[in-house]
Structure formats: structure tokens, C-alpha cells
Design a protein around this ligand. Structure first.
Ligand code: G3P
Length: 215
């Protein structure tokens, strides 16, 4: 299973990349805006650190414009994956981009039928937003199971990304469901990393070691 970090904050990206626990990065317009920095500068900095897939979103609405945007975005790094919205024009762009070898991540996917169409169009990655589904009272992870089954049934090469993750349990459930990728925000990665019993255990060992040293 691959882990991407869902942020545009370079400090966080560097921290977890250096720890060896992330394989790539996903960004979106909201995350870039939150960084408060220039878009091109942010992407260039990420590409200097991360030698794995970096998703950057194209924001046009027409297929032809999405394709032009994608061609510009991929110039940043060989690792760029272009995020394309789950729309009719978006899928048209995905089809053309896959023909010329540009990797795509179809984003804002909320149903198995959308995920099936994205795979048919030739998406490299398909991002299902489980947290936003849960927020609306749906069971986001049920859709993950369904999509995984559909992709397996027909050997679709598209990789399923579980996105919009809210807590460590989402990551575990995505892993149990066999999702290819979970894209995880830094605060959830931090929660996955630590446990109060680990901290208690460390304190206990340190105290006992002091006693050994005094002998
Ligand atoms: O990057 C896409 C997705 O993970 C955003 O999640 O928290 O805005 O629903 P969220």
C-alpha cells in the first residue's frame, strides 16, 4: 500500500518524506491557497524533495483547456500527476492525456459509478473522498470496497486512492479494503505515529535505566 501526504506544506512533506513513510504527495487548490505561497514555487519545492507521484490540480472546465494546463503542469517534474475533475469534460481530457502518457488523478469522485467511468477513460489514479461522504451521513468506505471489487473484476489498471481522510481509522479501513493508496493529511499521520502507551513505556524505561546507572 502506498501513502501520499495530502498537503502543500513543504515542512510537513520534508518531515514525513525523510521518515520514509510517504511515497508521494497530493495537493489541491484549497491546500495550495492554505500554504499562502506562490503556486509554481510550492510545486517546485515539493518536486525537489519528493521523488514519487506529486498530484497537482488542473482547474479549467473545458477538456481542451484541461489538456493544455496538464501539459504545462507536467513540465515541473517527471513525477507530476495531473488531477482532473470528475466531469464529462474531465474524462475527455483523461482519455487524451492517457494517450500521450500524462498521468492523471481523477478527483472529486463520490460514487462507484463515477469511479468505473474514470477507469474506463484511462485514469492512472482515481480519488474517492471518503471523509466528505461520511460528513454527509454516507458510509464512504463501502464505496471503496465496491470500487476495489469492480477494478479487480475487470483488471482495470487505475489505482484507487482513498482521499479526504479524517482519522487513522480511515487509513486502516482503506488498508483492509485493499486500496492502492491512502492520501493522508499531516495531523492524521501524526496520530498514526504516536500512542500514549509508547510514551508511558519510554518514560518507564528511562526511569529504570537511571536506577541501573546508579549501581
Ligand atoms: O486532496 C483531496 C482530499 O483529500 C481533500 O480532503 O479534507 O478537503 O475533504 P478534504
Amino acid at each position: 500500500m502506498e501513502f501520499f501526504i495530502d498537503t502543500a506544506e513543504i515542512t510537513q512533506i520534508r518531515k514525513y518524506w525523510n521518515m520514509g513513510i510517504i511515497d508521494g504527495v497530493t495537493t489541491n487548490p484549497t491546500l495550495i491557497a492554505r500554504s499562502g505561497r506562490d503556486f509554481k514555487q510550492v510545486v517546485a519545492e515539493i518536486a525537489e524533495v519528493v521523488k514519487g507521484p506529486i498530484s497537482v490540480e488542473a482547474v479549467s472546465s473545458e477538456a481542451s483547456e484541461l489538456i493544455s494546463e496538464a501539459k504545462e503542469i507536467v513540465k515541473f517534474s517527471e513525477h507530476i500527476v495531473v488531477k482532473i475533475p470528475m466531469t464529462a469534460e474531465g474524462l475527455k481530457a483523461v482519455k487524451e492525456l492517457s494517450k500521450i502518457g500524462i498521468k492523471t488523478n481523477v478527483t472529486l469522485v463520490f460514487s462507484s459509478s463515477q469511479a468505473l467511468l474514470a477507469a474506463k477513460a484511462g485514469a492512472t489514479y482515481v480519488s474517492i473522498f471518503v471523509g466528505r461522504l461520511d460528513d454527509r451521513g454516507h458510509e464512504g468506505m463501502e464505496t471503496v470496497y465496491e470500487i476495489k471489487q469492480i477494478y479487480e473484476n475487470y483488471d482495470f489498471p487505475s489505482k484507487l486512492i482513498v482521499a479526504s481522510i479524517r482519522h487513522p481509522r480511515h487509513v486502516i479501513e482503506a488498508a483492509v479494503a485493499g486500496a492502492d493508496v491512502a492520501t493522508i493529511p499531516p495531523d492524521t499521520l501524526e496520530k498514526m505515529l504516536s500512542h500514549p502507551l509508547t510514551d508511558d513505556g519510554l518514560r518507564l524505561f528511562a526511569n529504570d535505566w537511571e536506577k541501573v546507572k546508579k549501581r
